[in-house]
Design a binder for this molecule. Structure first.
Ligand SMILES: Cc1cc2nc3c(=O)[nH]c(=O)nc-3n(C[C@H](O)[C@H](O)[C@H](O)COP(=O)(O)OP(=O)(O)OC[C@H]3O[C@@H](n4cnc5c(N)ncnc54)[C@H](O)[C@@H]3O)c2cc1C
Length: 637
């Protein structure tokens, strides 16, 4: 199989305009004849469903929460990037493009990233028009702050609740369409399979999470905006419900999965505090604008932070990376936190922590300004740790946060199954091996408001789609598969809970496919995952029935998929004999411990084809070309 990314030719600044002009349009009167399914109502899915509804298509939108407002996107704290250059500090579309390609360690497609930077400016206008309350200067203009991997201030924010405010904007737009009758919302409904007929995506099989009903929904095209798979690690900053089932089941039906091992570990999370913890909390990267990261110079120094004099503190990011200081990208900041903790200079009871200290900023700017900028994050930290970050430095440690990998899509955001589009964190598209902070919201809204509404139209206008109905053998086959899996999980009646398996799986993936990886460790992980998966299918206990609300059953299906995905992540990490961004193979590092890429052999997107349960997947490569930003050793010094 050959992958065709369908990147239009021409100068990069004109590619998207040209593509939009070349795309076929659907006549307004014909739009209402087309039915579309959008799975997901977070920033990506919600904005896509609202926009497609506004265009006049008949849209069905699905989410597993009780309301679209509860999508994981609501948790996003720090902000959204856009190349508006309001600060007049040298930003431009090209600079955002450059920073993103470099930040992703030269493992993303240039054309996609350029388009993202171009569209970023439209997103801000769209959201302001919706009434999203971005922070403003005294005179009323929108204000910005800085995020990692950039030397300009281009991040728009609404205190520490940017995702929530953006989602409320998208939600209003979505509800307007629900009211207008163009969008039908299906909350508490989980997609459990994709229906593929004659090689095209034509529907989904869902389970109603309240009644247990298994239903069929057919359409002319399907759009997945189902979020990332960070919860494969069990402990993560993601919402507990986030899962990979929709994309994994689409993968099993033929959609290639790209770069699964590219996962992001965020440097500023509240450290793990105990065995039974089920969730980790992010302290937004925006805090690195004013907080300074340090550890004691001396190994094993157990003094309280206030007792350690300035001369005995190591502000290790400022020391090692004088140009970017505390604002180095996430992969670099996380790895350095690990190094100092490995040297026994970590802080807190476990020694797995570093300080994020605001005392200088409070002295310089006053407590009120810090409260205005980060008040809700400080309150959250205090509630969780019982420590007051206005008085003592925060303790932070890296944690899994985001997944750059996802279903492979071409320039038009279509997967390898015609008619199946994938948007937001669920696809692999724009961030390469490391996402820069505040770029996920930008990508989700770019995909949902501004890209997929055009590209779906082009697909509908250029393909003749026969009508399909529920009696088609492929529809019946998909329904039978879903029913069998549900019955199988309920019938095992073993001795271990779903959570206990998930926790153990998470430990394996964190240990061997987390912040650093080795070939030997990955082989070990693959063996452990297979053994544990075998036990899962013989010894998991799922209480209750499939005929009503049953959260153990929901989790059981999702964890079954995490097992297979975890193995694919390790296989992908094993196959990529280089370090790039968040994928740090210990064997491949520069003398001063930075990621050492191998452009000659690994400058490609690794797209994996499913070859049956337990079988080794097939690797298909999409070579990457860099005509504008030439690959170099990333340096933030
Ligand atoms: C704590 C935290 C803070 C963050 N802060 C920022 C930030 O400041 N800036 C930034 O750019 N990024 C941030 N991110 C990343 C960003 O929030 C996410 O990448 C982004 O919100 C993902 O949006 P999405 O629409 O792709 O998916 P989600 O918001 O995860 O939405 C997924 C949707 O799919 C639905 N769904 C999933 N599976 C199924 C299924 N099988 N059936 C039916 N429905 C399904 C869900 O119900 C939901 O509606 C943060 C992430 C975390 C964890």
């Amino acid at each position: 199989m050959e992958l065709n990314s369908r990147i239009p030719s021409g100068p990069i600044e004109q590619v998207w305009d040209k593509a939009r002009f070349d795309m076929k349009l659907v006549n307004p009167a014909n739009k209402r004849k087309h039915s579309l399914i959008v799975v997901g109502s977070g920033l990506a899915g919600g904005s896509a469903a609202a926009t497609l509804g506004e265009l006049g298509y008949k849209v069905s939108c699905f989410c597993f929460q009780d309301s679209p407002r509860r999508a994981h996107s609501i948790a996003a704290q720090g902000g959204i990037n856009a190349a508006k250059n309001y600060q007049n500090d040298g930003d431009s579309i090209y600079r955002l493009f450059y920073d993103t390609v470099k930040g992703g360690d030269f493992r993303a497609r240039e054309a996609n990233v350029y388009r993202l930077a171009q569209i970023s400016v439209n997103i801000i206008d769209q959201c302001v028009a919706q009434g999203v309350p971005f922070a403003r200067e005294y005179g009323g203009t929108l204000t910005n702050r800085s995020f990692g991997g950039a030397q300009v201030s281009r991040t728009f924010y609404a205190r520490g609740q940017t995702g929530q405010q953006l989602l409320l904007g998208a939600y209003q737009a979505l509800e307007r369409q629900v009211q207008a009758g163009t969008v039908t919302m299906y909350p508490r409904t989980e997609m459990l399979d994709l229906i593929v007929i004659d090689g095209r995506a034509r529907g989904i099989v869902t389970r109603n999470l309240v009644t247990g009903n298994i239903d069929i929904h057919l359409a002319d095209a399907i759009i997945l905006g189902t979020g990332g798979y960070g919860n494969v690690f069990y402990l993560s900053t993601n919402a507990k419900g986030s899962n990979a089932t929709a994309i994994w089941r689409a993968h099993r039906r033929g959609a290639l999965f790209a770069n699964p091992c590219f996962t992001q570990i965020h440097p500023t999370c509240i450290p793990v505090s105990g065995e039974y913890q089920s969730k980790l909390t992010l302290m937004s990267e925006s805090l690195r604008n004013d907080g300074r990261i340090w550890v004691p110079k001396q190994k094993g120094d157990k003094r309280k932070p206030g007792q350690i004099p300035e001369s005995e503190r190591d502000y290790y990011l400022e020391r090692r990376y004088p140009s970017f200081g505390n604002l180095v990208p996430r992969d670099v900041a996380s790895r350095n936190a690990k190094y100092v903790c490995d040297e026994a200079r970590g802080v807190g009871e476990t020694g797995l922590g570093v300080y994020l200290d605001f005392s200088d900023a409070i002295k310089r700017l006053g407590r009120k300004t810090i409260e205005e900028r980060y008040g809700n994050l400080f309150d959250m930290y205090q509630r969780i740790t019982s420590e007051d970050p206005y008085q003592v430095p925060m303790r932070i440690y890296p944690a899994i946060h985001y997944t750059m990998g996802g279903l492979w899509v071409d320039y038009y955001l279509m997967s390898t199954i015609p008619g199946l589009f994938v948007i937001g964190e669920a696809n692999f598209s724009d961030h390469g091996a490391n996402r820069l902070g505040a770029s996920a919201l930008m990508q989700g809204l770019s995909d949902g408001y501004f890209i997929v509404p055009y590209t779906v139209g082009d697909y509908l206008a250029t393909n003749k789609l026969d009508s399909v109905n529920a009696s088609h053998p492929e529809v019946r086959n998909a329904v039978a598969c879903v029913q069998q899996t549900v019955q199988k999980l309920l019938s095992i009646n073993g001795k271990r809970t779903v959570d206990s398996f998930h926790r153990e799986l998470g430990r394996i993936v964190w240990e061997y496919c987390g912040m650093s990886r080795t070939a030997q460790g990955l082989d070990t992980a693959i063996g452990h995952i297979r053994e544990l998966r075998e036990e899962y299918w013989n010894n998991v206990k799922v209480p209750g029935s499939g005929d009503d609300f049953n959260q153990s059953l929901e989790k059981a299906g999702r964890v079954a998929d995490f097992f297979e995905l975890a193995e694919l992540m390790c296989i992908d990490a094993r196959e990529r004999n280089e370090s790039a961004g968040g994928h740090f193979r210990e064997e491949y590092q520069t003398p001063d411990g930075e990621a050492q890429r191998d452009d000659e052999h690994y400058s490609y997107v690794a797209a994996w084809a499913y070859r049956g349960y337990g079988n080794y997947p097939e690797l298909i490569k999409e070579p990457l070309e860099f005509n504008y930003v030439h690959p170099s050793q990333r340096s933030y010094k």
